[in-house]
Design a protein around this ligand. Structure first.
Ligand code: GCW
Length: 679
């Protein structure tokens, strides 16, 4: 059945006869120079893929004379009579070339790289070209990843629950590891390798120290062994209090010699099991997690202790900047910057500070985090959330590439115009060679991996942007649709439009005009703008929207929390002045009167209502678009998405009605004419 298990790695027979014939003529046999477990994976993928797509066996051949596709590392003897056009020095270790070339007066396709993993990536890309109906007669691709560490972060617990996971339980079957290797791990690895993801953090950032005990390290080693040939390294989360919990020490003070020795020994032990272990992600002194501040030390003291022990093995520390504390009477969005800014220059060279895209918490829309560009001496890595904690879980269709791109393309101006977030994290702005990007995975043991078929697109888009942040959201959607759903041009066009629009639509029906954090208490599903009286003000909604008789919005200008002081000029000024502040961030930065005149000519109240209605109505439009592509989609996946769009529409109206009625209790204004009465 078409249950979505195969993700975008679908190799069904090409139905378009002309295309099929053309590909069959061009692709007759392939040769791979060398052998390794990585190349065996590439070979198997090409064999399966090509045979499936073309409907008859495309053999692995022994002689280059019989090959129409040549896969080889530079400077392989197979490449010696081929003029590759590309400067091989410009290709990085993981990069590759795919090009049409002439060999003995015959056209061939060459996939070349410096490493076997580069060849594996190139092989997947080659299959993608055919899956998405590219012309193979004139290919000229040379590509290298812009970011070094491209990781998934699994918030998976050892009991297989997944924090903020909406696609079943964890795919890590700890109970059966290390002896049983679920075939699913291989498919997970294939999917990741196909988009260049080269690392996986197996465990939740709210960490359990047990993962660092011998019994679990053996299981971790089994996964690492299995992932290695796919170019995927394994990482873990380190619970800061582990020396106390599993080491029998009295303290976890990072400056205590016994604690340092404990971590050094533990890390040496990990490398005995996993010789290429990637390193740690650490959530410390955030939301009740232990950390160096428990001992009056700072984040750098904590990170450096681990970094020192990891350094000998070339491991890294990814220290999260998602910190906030209820002891501090400060606007929550300011706290990370306040804590980390003074530490710039104080981290060891194998530490990255991992920063969420926005300063609050993965909301449908946030401005970029002010830490981007603010710590020039520290490698800053990105943390995106692929799982849709605040975006309708796995039942709402929201394509996240536009959200990711909006952040990556934001100009921080920290070194003048053009200091984009993308340049901060790819290292080019401050000349860092240690670079990274993480996506909090939306993967679970559901048959279709991500709960919603379109959730697969977000995993895919994350990987593609981690490789090349210059790709457009449209181009990525186009690839994904063609590989996953259909190659029918009209359908691809319509679905691309729908996917691109889906992000703005969710903002409109959930948190328009800069509203944020008004969702249901704790589970974060559905509307909850009325949430108040909780243990902490910053876990309520009323704290963030500040609605009252005269207006609504959080004042973060100089007359308010002054969070804006953390941004460089002219970003700060642009947000600070009511006239210049983009309306999609209005209520994030300003408390505004209900009568404030918007660019549309409407009052703020009317605009707010219109936007909520527009968002909910647009889900109806998405439903219609989906109906029009029906002839080109298999029945199973068609009805899966159709059903979910129905839920989404119902819930978009739920959001709209709840929010409009709740805010009306403050504004005391009529629902604008022309809009149906909310119930
Ligand atoms: O978004 C919040 C989530 C928590 C999460 C935390 C974090 C892992 O609600 O579940 O904890 O962020 O990123 O640390």
């Amino acid at each position: 059945a078409e249950d979505g298990y195969r993700l975008w790695l679908r190799y069904d027979l090409i139905k378009d006869q002309a295309k099929l014939n053309a590909y069959k003529k061009t692709v007759t046999g392939f040769i791979i120079d060398g052998n390794s477990s990585t190349l065996a994976i590439a070979s198997k993928e090409l064999d399966n893929g090509l045979t499936g797509l073309l409907g008859s066996r495309v053999p692995l051949v022994k002689s280059v004379r019989d090959a129409s596709v040549i896969i080889a590392r530079f400077p392989s003897p197979l490449l010696k009579d081929i003029n590759l056009k590309t400067d091989t020095k410009a290709i990085s270790e993981e990069g590759y070339v795919i090009t049409t070339a002439l060999l003995n007066k015959k056209n061939v396709i060459v996939i070349a790289a410096h490493t076997d993993v580069g060849l594996l990536y190139g092989s997947f890309h080659f299959l993608r070209l055919i899956q998405s109906f590219h012309d193979l007669n004139n290919i000229d691709i040379a590509t290298s990843p812009k970011i070094k560490h491209r990781l998934l972060n699994h918030w998976d617990n050892l009991d297989r629950t997944v924090e903020r996971g909406y696609a079943g339980f964890s795919i890590w079957d700890w109970h059966k590891l290390p002896d049983y290797i679920d075939p699913r791990y291989h498919d997970y690895a294939r999917a990741n390798a196909s988009i260049g993801i080269n690392g996986t953090v197996l465990t939740n950032v709210n960490a359990n120290a047990q993962i660092l005990t011998e019994a679990y390290l053996r299981k971790v080693a089994a996964l690492a062994d299995m992932f290695r040939p796919y170019g995927i390294k394994v990482y873990l989360t380190a619970r800061f209090s582990a020396p106390v919990e599993i080491g029998n020490l009295k303290t976890a003070d990072p400056l205590d010699p016994q604690v340092r020795t404990w971590w050094k020994n533990k890390i040496d032990e990990i490398y005995k099991y996993v010789p290429d272990f990637g390193g740690f992600v650490v959530k410390a002194n955030s939301e009740g997690q232990p950390g160096p501040q428990n001992y009056k030390r700072n984040h750098a003291d904590g990170a450096n202790m681990l970094a020192e022990a990891l350094e000998a093995h070339k491991g890294i520390v990814m220290w999260r900047a998602f910190v906030y504390d209820n002891e501090v009477p400060e606007d929550r969005v300011k706290q990370a910057y306040n804590e980390f800014k003074p530490l710039d220059g104080g981290f060891k060279s194998n530490v990255l500070v991992q920063v969420k895209n926005g300063p609050l918490d993965f909301q449908p829309r946030e401005p970029f985090h002010p830490l981007f560009g603010a710590l020039p001496k520290t490698p800053i890595m990105m943390e995106f959330q692929i799982t849709q904690e605040y975006l309708g879980f796995a039942t709402h269709l929201v394509y996240l590439a536009p959200l990711f791109k909006e952040c990556l393309d934001s100009d921080t101006y920290t070194k003048g115009q053009g200091s984009t977030v993308a340049k901060v994290i790819d290292g080019s702005l401050e000349n860092h060679s240690l670079t990274g990007i993480a996506g909090v995975a939306n993967i679970g043991n559901d048959r279709n991996w991500t709960g919603h078929i379109f959730g697969q697109a977000n995993w895919y888009a994350f990987g593609r942007l981690a490789w090349d942040h210059n790709l457009t959201s449209e181009a990525i959607a186009d690839e994904w649709i063609r590989m996953t759903l259909t190659n029918d041009d009209q359908s691809v066009k319509k679905l691309t439009q729908m996917m691109i629009a889906s992000r703005e639509i969710v903002v409109q029906y959930m948190t328009p005009l800069g509203l944020h954090h008004i969702m249901g208490w704790s589970h974060h599903y559905g509307p909850g703008p009325w949430i108040k009286d909780k243990p902490r003000a910053d876990w309520t909604s009323v704290y963030y929207h500040q609605a009252e008789a005269n207006g609504i919005g959080f004042n973060r200008t100089t007359t308010g929390s002054n969070a804006l002081e953390q941004y460089a000029q002219p970003v700060r000024n642009r947000f600070e002045t009511l006239e210049q502040c983009p309306e999609n961030f209005l209520l994030w930065f300003h408390h505004v009167s209900w009568d404030h005149k918007m660019k549309s000519g409407r009052s703020l109240w009317d605009e707010l209502c219109h936007t909520y209605y527009k968002g909910a109505d647009s889900v109806k439009w998405m439903q219609n678009v989906w109906e029009t592509v029906r002839p080109n989609i298999d029945e199973e996946r068609f009805s899966h998405v159709k059903t979910f769009l129905g839920i989404q529409h119902k819930e978009a109206e739920w959001w709209r009605n709840s929010c409009v009625l709740y805010f009306q209790s403050f504004s005391k204004k009529e629902i604008p004419k022309g809009l149906a009465k909310p119930e």
